[in-house]
Design a protein around this ligand. Structure first.
Ligand SMILES: [Zn+2]
Length: 196
């Protein structure tokens, strides 16, 4: 894969970019801050100080927090019985048909899709890889991502574009986020990761 984009959803939202087979590192090796693309001008405040960044919606703590808030507001969910809700719980309950969990992940997919559409228009990649625990619920998440990518990026750029889940998260020893961090210091690693 010559040009690929890896989007990672963990405690935050990050991206790795491969252009012409090389990791695009940017100034001071800071690049791929996809998490701070504004997807909602009236959204919640982000840790960066701005409002409505992607990371305020599409990161594990934000997803769990929103589910908890909706339950506290009285929305019904099979998750209401749980004292401690994790991102894995949200995914498994969504897959088991819990409407609140499902709609929460569709919302994440919609917003991720919008931000990914922007990066597709900028880089015209050959492949988009999504990493993170939320890919457990990829049957719910990916159609929402795809729909937004198709609505908001150029047709010639997305028509044959694979959007796939990273296999890396199945290796328990190292999360994709840690791999991206390391890859930023060692371009070869990220290239290997993007070949999967
Ligand atoms: Zn931000």
């Amino acid at each position: 894969m010559q040009d690929s984009i890896l989007v990672s959803v963990h405690r935050g939202t990050g991206a790795g970019i491969i252009v012409n087979g090389q990791v695009f590192l940017g100034h001071n090796r800071n690049v791929g801050e996809i998490g701070h693309i504004q997807i909602d001008p009236l959204g919640e405040q982000c840790q960066c100080g701005n409002f409505g960044c992607l990371e305020t919606v599409a990161a594990n703590p934000a997803i769990v927090k929103r589910v908890r808030t909706l339950i506290e507001q009285g929305y019904e969910s099979t998750l209401a019985l749980k004292e401690h809700i994790t991102i894995e719980d949200v995914c498994s309950h969504a897959l088991n048909g819990d409407e609140l969990a499902k709609q929460s992940l569709v919302r994440v997919g919609n917003q991720l899709g919008k931000a990914i559409a922007i990066t597709i228009n900028l880089f015209n990649p050959q492949k988009v890889i999504i990493a993170g625990d939320i890919t457990m619920a990829k049957d719910i998440l990916f159609p929402a991502i795809r729909r937004n990518v198709e609505n908001q990026s150029l047709t010639t750029f997305h028509s044959d574009l694979p959007i796939v889940a990273s296999e890396i998260d199945k290796q328990p020893t190292m999360g994709a986020f840690a791999m991206i961090k390391r890859a930023m210091l060692n371009g070869v690693l990220l290239q290997k990761l993007l070949e999967d």
